[in-house]
Ligand binder design. Structure first.
Ligand code: PMV
Length: 320
């Protein structure tokens, strides 16, 4: 049985943990699940736990061992497993796959037990915080909670709610290894003089984003998503030493997006713990934006739309 799960992009960011061992965040966050950025995962019996990534054996990460241990505590996957995971992203470069990977794994481990999506979200969270949101199609909000049992995501609206919404992932070749999100947020929480303002910002932005999604108010959602991303990067930049994910091309693109928007093209930017820029827009603007992006020197763009939650793939879609 092969499970497919999609990545997601946060419109209100998760940035800071209250419990690093259990991946319990300091604030809520909200995202849209992105098709076609999929991971396909298949579990098979083996003589010891092992991970195969895109067809190659790789060391089993500590976070994955933790997910397996927790699933076993819940009565799943008793015997040793081979986890076969394939990222079916149009390109492997520059797009985080941990959300889709852990959502697919948690679903594969718990769905056979009849677990509900809350349980699956909690388990996915142990692998990667943002994965807690990829267990739903469309729009999801991760409720921070205070400990493992009450920290999980809930759905806001499914993948059919806003069919013309698009996210363009503009891939920027950084050539440098970014600081991991875990390290970046830990340093920000511990040292950034701007971090104390972050929880209130998130609370307000969550309210605005939730409403904008339900009303399909594109400008409102775009404005809050862009402002929230910039605020997150501002907290990181003020950390000591600074956590800076942007490359010159990131900033250049942000300025282009502002110019295009001021000229009447409805598009907004968001960025995560890396140099890539994601543009929020509507289907009718995609062709022109792709043109502009090419003129701006962006060579690779992934066009994404609201995607479904994890599902069992039909025979014939199985991992190669
Ligand atoms: O889930 P992680 O540990 O990869 O952290 C994700 C952090 C951001 O991508 C920057 C924000 C988010 O909410 O996805």
């Amino acid at each position: 049985m092969t499970i497919q799960a999609f990545a997601n992009i946060a419109l209100v960011k998760y940035w800071g943990k209250q419990d690093a061992t259990w991946n319990v965040p300091l604030t809520g966050s909200l995202s849209v699940t992105l098709a076609p950025l999929a991971t396909h995962t298949r579990l098979m019996a083996a003589d010891h736990d092992q991970l195969w990534l895109n067809g190659e054996p790789v060391p089993l990460p500590a976070r994955m061992q933790r997910v397996l241990a927790q699933a076993r505590e819940m009565g799943g996957a008793r015997d040793p497993l081979r986890i076969d995971s394939h990222n079916h992203f149009p390109t492997a470069a520059g797009v985080a796959s941990s959300a889709s990977a852990y959502a697919a794994l948690a679903f594969a481990l718990l769905a056979p037990l009849g677990a509900d999506l809350k349980d699956i979200s909690r388990l996915a969270r142990l692998g990667s915080g943002s994965a807690s949101r990829s267990v739903y199609g469309g729009f999801a909000e991760w409720l921070p909670g205070t400990s493992h049992p009450d920290s999980y995501a809930v759905p806001i609206a499914d993948e059919h709610h806003w069919p013309d919404l698009r996210v363009l992932v503009a891939l920027i070749d950084a050539g440098t290894k970014p600081v991991s999100s875990t390290e970046g947020m830990a340093r920000t929480v511990a040292t950034s003089p701007l971090y104390p303002a972050w929880p209130d910002t998130v609370a307000r932005d969550l309210e605005t984003a939730r409403q904008a999604i339900l009303e399909k108010d594109f400008e409102r959602l775009g404005e809050v998503a862009e402002a929230n991303a910039l605020a997150m990067h501002a907290t990181a930049l003020a950390a000591r030493p600074a956590v800076l994910y942007w490359q010159p091309q990131t900033l250049a693109l942000l300025r282009h997006i502002w110019t295009w928007r001021h000229a009447g093209l409805a598009c907004y930017a968001t960025m995560d713990a890396g140099p890539n820029v994601k543009l929020l827009c509507r289907e009718k603007e995609v062709a022109l934006l792709l043109h502009h992006l090419q003129d701006a020197g962006v060579n690779e763009v992934l066009v994404c739309r609201p995607g479904a939650g994890p599902r069992v793939l039909e025979e014939g879609h199985a991992c190669k």
